[in-house]
Design a protein around this ligand. Structure first.
Ligand SMILES: [Zn+2]
Length: 317
C-alpha cells in the first residue's frame, strides 16, 4: 500500500514537472521569432537598435565622411544602452550582476545628439536658411579662432563635445554625434536632418563665439525664436532646454554668462523638428577666455554643467 502511494505520488510529481516544463517552453518558442531579448529589453535598447538603420540611411545624404563617426556613435551607444543585445560582451553589465556603483544604468531612452560646430574646411555653397524662406547662407562656415591659443573653433568645439559625450554616457544617457572628426562635410541643415532622422529628444550644438571687441566674454545659450514659423512646434521645449543648460553652466563655472538669446537666422535651428539649443561656450576673441576654454579643468566644468542641464531637461520630459 505504501509503495503504491509512493509510486502514485511520484507519477503525479512527474506529470507536474512535465507540465511545468512544457508550459515554460511553449511561450519561449512562440515569441522567439520576434526575439525575446528585443521584446523584453528596455526602451533604451530599442532606441539603440533603431538608431543604427537611421544612421546608415542618413549617411548618403550627409556625405560618406559622416558614416564612420555616426556608426561609431551608434555602436558605443548600443554597447552602453542595450546590455541584452550583446550577451557576448562580458564587460557589459547585466541587470543584476555588478554592484550598483560600478554599473552604467541607462536612466533614459531619450537620445541626445551633440553637434560640435563647424569642421576643418568650411563649405560656402549656399543653403536655404529654413523651409519657409528663400534666404540662403553658407552650408557651414569654418568658425572663429583663438586670439591667444590660435586654436580653430572647430577643434575647441569637438574637444568640449567629446567630454560632454563621455559625461552623458557616464550618466546612462544615450548619445549620438554629428561628427567625431574634423574631416567631414556636413552642412547645418544636414546636421538638423540627422537629429530629425534619429528622433533625438534634444540637440545640443556646441560653439564658441567671436567679437570685434576683445573685451567681450562669457557663455550664452541660443534657442530657436518662437516667432519663426518653422520652429514654432519646438520653440517652447527648446527655450526650456536652453534655460536649463544656462543654469547648469552658471552652477558649474560659478559665473553668470550672458544669458539666453532667441534666434531666427540659424539654419541648424530652422530645419530642426526636435528641440534644439546652441551653447556658445565663450569668446575666443577674448585672450583670457580663449585660454580658459582650453584648460582641461574648465572644459570639464563646461561639460558637466551642460550635462546637468540636459539631464534635467530629459527628466522633465
Ligand atoms: Zn561657431
Amino acid at each position: 500500500m505504501f509503495v503504491k502511494r509512493v509510486l502514485l505520488l511520484a507519477a503525479v510529481l512527474m506529470l507536474v514537472v512535465v507540465m511545468v516544463a512544457c508550459s515554460s517552453k511553449l511561450p519561449q518558442k512562440a515569441v522567439s521569432p520576434g526575439g525575446e531579448a528585443v521584446m523584453s529589453a528596455t526602451e533604451v535598447s530599442a532606441v539603440a537598435a533603431g538608431s543604427t538603420p537611421a544612421a546608415t540611411a542618413a549617411a548618403p545624404a550627409s556625405g560618406g565622411a559622416t558614416a564612420s563617426p555616426m556608426a561609431e556613435a551608434s555602436l558605443s551607444q548600443a554597447a552602453v544602452a542595450s546590455p541584452t543585445a550583446t550577451p557576448a560582451a562580458s564587460h557589459v553589465p547585466s541587470a543584476t550582476a555588478a554592484p550598483a556603483a560600478e554599473r552604467i544604468v541607462p536612466r533614459t531612452d531619450k537620445l541626445v545628439m551633440i553637434d560640435p560646430g563647424h569642421q576643418r574646411v568650411g563649405n560656402n555653397e549656399p543653403e536655404l536658411v529654413g523651409p519657409d524662406t528663400r534666404e540662403t547662407k553658407a552650408k557651414v562656415s569654418s568658425g572663429t579662432v583663438g586670439v591667444r591659443t590660435k586654436k580653430p573653433e572647430y577643434v575647441l568645439n569637438l574637444e568640449v563635445s567629446m567630454l560632454l559625450k563621455a559625461e552623458l554616457l557616464k550618466r546612462g544617457i544615450p548619445v549620438t554625434m554629428t561628427r567625431e572628426t574634423h574631416d567631414v562635410d556636413i552642412s547645418n541643415k544636414q546636421r538638423a536632418d540627422m537629429a530629425n532622422d534619429e528622433g533625438a529628444a534634444l540637440v545640443v550644438r556646441i560653439h564658441a563665439d567671436g567679437d570685434s571687441s576683445a573685451s567681450t566674454k562669457g557663455f550664452s545659450v541660443l534657442y530657436p525664436s518662437p516667432s519663426q514659423g518653422a520652429t514654432k512646434p519646438i520653440a517652447a521645449e527648446s527655450r526650456q532646454a536652453a534655460g536649463l543648460l544656462l543654469a547648469g553652466l552658471q552652477q558649474s563655472t560659478g559665473t553668470k554668462g550672458r544669458g539666453l538669446s532667441a534666434r531666427d537666422d540659424l539654419s541648424g535651428f530652422n530645419w530642426s523638428k526636435v528641440p534644439v539649443a546652441l551653447v556658445e561656450i565663450g569668446f575666443m576673441t577674448n585672450p583670457e577666455e580663449d585660454e580658459l576654454m582650453s584648460d582641461a579643468a574648465y572644459q570639464q566644468k563646461l561639460a558637466s554643467g551642460i550635462a546637468d542641464g540636459i539631464e534635467q531637461f530629459l527628466n522633465g520630459k
